[in-house]
Write a protein that binds this ligand. Structure first.
Ligand code: ATP
Ligand SMILES: Nc1ccn([C@@H]2O[C@H](COP(=O)(O)O)[C@@H](O)[C@H]2O)c(=O)n1
Length: 237
């Protein structure tokens, strides 16, 4: 069955997609946004852009005060159209750089700084407020950023499945490389779920979707159906 077009039954509201690293939030989030005719906000890209500002300023990512000062002075801009995803720091395009290993290593320390979170959460709420329909992915969207979202999804997948998928994405085949990817996923999950401010965890009212044995398309189908059901039920705004 095909979805009703946005014109027939327009989706209005917010779908939040949280979960550990590499569970498919970005790829699934873009697919869900396209199907619902919604905007798409990748909040991880904002924390990564903040990390670029910190690294470019020569600041130690572990120095919370200096990190907060540097990020407060940086102009971080992200787009909300799925597929284009503009990411800029002080007017410079950093869309490719934010995916570098250097940024990935430092981002969890930067994102654990409370002042950085306050700044970016305010910006995220402004971006969401400007959209009628939006899919927002991250770590704390259902718990902190949008506690009244229409639908909250917490996406999980077995660690070894996530490492294999990431390896496929990067074209890596050697066992040692896949072990390194798995170690990086574990390290970030541990850091993100144990920080004091807005730790990674499912919202009490989130639907948990384990994608370990589901295709990407099946996950998108499931979430689109949940979003349409949530809208019909209308038990959230
Ligand atoms: N259900 C699935 N089946 C197979 N591959 C998948 C599935 N979901 C996602 N993938 C693939 O897994 C890889 C990681 O997905 P993605 O980058 O979307 O995860 P993520 O949660 O956004 O990661 P991160 O938190 O690190 O940004 C991608 O190559 C994606 O195509
Ligand atoms: N809402 C969020 C989103 C992300 N983070 C932090 O950013 C890192 C990178 O996120 P990706 O989704 O691009 O992998 C992530 O490891 C978190 O440290 C966050 O804190 N809150």
């Amino acid at each position: 069955m095909t979805d009703p077009t946005p014109e027939q039954h327009p989706f209005r509201g917010a779908v939040t997609l949280d979960g550990p690293s590499g569970t498919g939030k970005s790829s699934v989030g873009r697919g869900v946004a396209a199907r619902l005719g919604a905007s798409y906000l990748d909040t991880g890209a904002m924390y990564r852009a903040a990390t670029v500002a910190v690294l470019d300023a020569g600041i130690d990512p572990g120095d919370a005060e200096a990190v907060a000062r540097t990020v407060a002075a940086a102009r971080i801009e992200v787009g909300t159209e799925a597929g284009t995803e503009r990411v800029e720091v002080d007017g410079a395009d950093v869309a490719v750089r934010i995916r570098s290993a250097e940024v990935t290593r430092a981002v969890s320390a930067v994102s654990a700084v409370p002042a950085v979170r306050r700044q970016l959460v305010a910006q995220q709420r402004d971006l969401v407020g400007a959209a009628d329909a939006v899919v927002v992915e991250g770590r704390d969207i259902g718990t902190v950023v949008l506690p009244d979202a229409t639908l909250k999804v917490y996406l999980t997948a077995a660690p070894e499945v996530r490492a294999q998928r990431r390896a496929g994405q990067l074209g890596l085949t050697e066992a040692a490389q896949i072990d390194d990817l798995a170690a990086d996923l574990r390290r970030r999950d541990q850091y993100d779920s144990s920080r004091a401010d807005s730790p990674l965890r499912p919202a009490a009212d989130a639907v948990v979707v384990d994608s370990s044995e589901l295709s990407q398309q099946a996950v998108v189908d499931r979430i689109v159906a949940l979003a349409q059901a949530a809208l019909v039920t209308g038990d959230r705004t």
